[in-house]
Write a protein that binds this ligand. Structure first.
Ligand code: ADP
Length: 585
């Protein structure tokens, strides 16, 4: 029996000898014959050694590879063995990518640089690789340059002389080792037989053996890697979400408890899977909910309030996971959504509506009262000066109403997502702060309102009405929250090409814990009786922040000391349009 290369595979008998064994010619023939036999036996031994090595290489390959680096290492060892056994200079694995319809390199390759690897992309239908992939039959080519089947761009890129390409096939066998399914995932190449030799069918057979092993490793690893990565992603998502998740089996054993749930239960963050629910979840509303759901088999949605001082509200929902076969409960999945903030804003909104109604009614009552008094004074009971005082109060109250309504209108614009349109003009800031100070002064006798600005302060582009509104709010607060009086100073200055405005008071100050929240809508300091007894809506600073932002500027609480006063600062660009453009708005 001879193979493709005309070599005897060693199973046939030695050729017969015709000449008489004792003639010199006969002896030479006999000698040649035995030389052939010896050579053939040597070759067989080499092949057997190869097979033995291939078999032992395969035995060394771990059957379970679970991570990408492990797969890379295992394949690295495998391609080295392949190169050694087949005596090839280069080894390359190509995997089929169904999405792109290409055969892409699966690293690591042997004898091929990273750069070369990156330039190899082969369509699943072209060249030797494509035909091996399509036909699932191995190919040997010993003259790469002239063989019509080879891709010349790859031949020259990888400096290929000759090669063998075999399919990477995953074979599924039943218990009796019968083939039940076959799936092709790519191809394996060896290039450039060492010592300038050609590749033969024995090489191909060995490579097919090794490729079967490689295919099994790759497919198992891919399956594991996909599963572990999916599991990790899922676990990562559970870890990261802010929603508390607790999964408990019907036997009351924790299957999952994520960090958000641990925080909610005020227990240490850790791995609770496998532990009894009773040992982990402290007694209380949550345990009652879980136990109740398990007992009754009814899904629930309830609101749970936890904590005493720092109360937190959760919307809890339990869902039953049924067993597919008998329909019984397998586990319950409970989700806890922290809705403290939503409830807080809801409460604030309700309070806001009543505050605003109150804020609107107070000046109206006073206006109506004074007008009625004046109208009813037919007999001239009040002298000219008293009448004038009444009119001043009416005027003040009308201003208060106008400011409040204008704040409300702007808030509704912001809330509905409509922008605060600016009517820009050149504004003389020094004059504007003087006007604001002067407009507030008549309303208070306890305060002195001062405006300070350098003589050379340049005008800025701004919406004069909105800038007035910002300062009205800040100065109004400074006066309002200094019930014992004092000086309120508005300071304008030039700062790095912008204009800075500071509104300084000597009033109640703001407690530390409120400082970063006072710009939130409806937020009001409610710690002390002084703050609480001053009426307000909690929207002024929220609006100020939006108006400053609309100008491309910012506002912040520069400093505050309880009982000693506060300084609010505002920074405005000289040209809002340019500033907003730079900010990408
Ligand atoms: P309000 O209508 O309640 O004054 P603001 O949004 O203007 O609403 O202010 C929010 C809260 O910040 C106020 O309720 C007050 O508690 C506090 N606050 C604002 N300005 C000052 C200030 N100058 N001094 C002390 N507290 C202040």
């Amino acid at each position: 029996m001879a193979d493709d290369n005309g070599r005897d595979n060693g199973t046939s008998e030695a050729p017969p000898i015709r000449d008489a064994p004792d003639s010199p010619r006969g002896l030479r023939r006999e000698l040649d014959h035995y030389r052939l036999v010896v050579e053939e036996m040597r070759r067989r031994i080499r092949d057997l050694e190869g097979e033995l090595e291939a078999a032992s290489a395969m035995a060394e390959v771990p059957s379970v590879v679970v991570t990408r680096p492990e797969l890379r290492n295992t394949l690295g060892r495998l391609v080295k063995k392949v190169a050694m056994i087949i005596q090839a200079e280069k080894v390359l694995l190509l995997l089929h990518q169904p999405e792109s319809g290409t055969l892409n390199v699966l690293p690591p390759a042997l004898g091929i640089t990273e750069e070369q690897v990156n330039s190899v992309t082969i369509h699943a239908e072209e060249g030797v690789s494509g035909s091996v992939f399509q036909n699932r039959e191995s190919v040997i080519f010993n003259d790469a340059l002239n063989d019509p089947r080879t891709l010349k761009r790859i031949v020259s890129l990888l400096a290929i002389r000759n090669g063998v390409c075999v399919p990477l096939v995953i074979k599924q066998r039943d218990e009796e080792e019968r083939l039940v399914d076959e799936r092709i995932i790519g191809v394996m190449h060896v290039f450039n037989k060492r010592f300038d030799e050609d590749f033969g069918t024995e090489d191909m057979r060995l490579l097919e053996m090794l490729a079967e092993q490689a295919a099994a490793v790759i497919s198992n690893a891919q399956l594991y890697i996909q599963l572990t990565e999916e599991k990790e992603q899922l676990a990562g998502a559970f870890e990261a979400i802010h929603v508390g998740v607790i999964v408990v089996t019907s036997a009351g054993v924790i299957r999952l408890l994520n960090p958000a749930a641990a925080t909610m239960l005020e227990i240490a963050d850790g791995e609770y899977g496998g532990q009894e629910m009773g040992d982990v979840v402290p007694e209380g509303h949550i345990r009652e909910l879980l136990e109740g759901t398990l007992k009754t088999g009814e899904e629930r949605t309830v609101e749970i309030v936890l904590g005493e001082d720092d109360e937190r509200v959760y919307q809890a929902q339990t869902t039953l996971m049924k067993r597919e076969d008998q329909g019984g409960i397998e586990s319950i999945v409970s989700i806890f959504n922290d809705i403290t903030e939503i409830r807080r804003v809801e409460r604030m909104k309700t309070a806001f509506v009543s505050t605003v109604s109150h804020e609107l009614r107070t000046p109206l009552t006073s206006i109506k009262g004074f007008i009625s008094t004046l109208l009813e004074d037919d007999e001239g009971m009040y002298d000219e000066e008293t009448r004038r005082e009444f009119l001043i109060i009416i005027n003040e109250e009308c201003d208060r109403l106008t400011r409040l309504i204008s704040d409300l209108l702007n808030i509704s614009k912001i809330e509905s997502g409509r922008g605060l349109d600016l009517q820009l003009s050149d504004v003389n800031v020094a004059r504007l702060i003087e006007r604001v100070a002067a407009s507030h002064q008549p309303y208070t006798k306890k305060h002195e309102i001062v405006a300070e600005a350098p003589d050379d302060l340049e005008p800025i582009r701004a919406d004069a009405d909105k800038l007035t509104q910002i300062l009205d709010n800040l100065v109004g607060n400074a006066v309002k929250y200094s019930p014992n009086g004092g000086t309120v100073t508005i300071v304008a200055s030039d700062e790095d090409g912008t204009v800075r405005l500071d509104v300084i008071d000597q009033g109640l100050g703001i407690p530390e814990r409120h400082r970063d929240r006072i710009f939130q809508r409806f937020h009001q300091v409610d710690d002390d009786i002084d703050h609480r007894s001053i009426s307000g809506t909690g929207i002024g600073l929220y609006l100020v922040q939006h108006l400053a932002h609309a100008h491309g500027g910012k506002v912040w609480l520069e400093s505050s000391e309880v009982g000693e006063g506060s300084t609010f600062s505002l920074q405005l660009p000289k040209d809002p349009e340019k500033a907003l453009e730079q900010r990408g708005e």
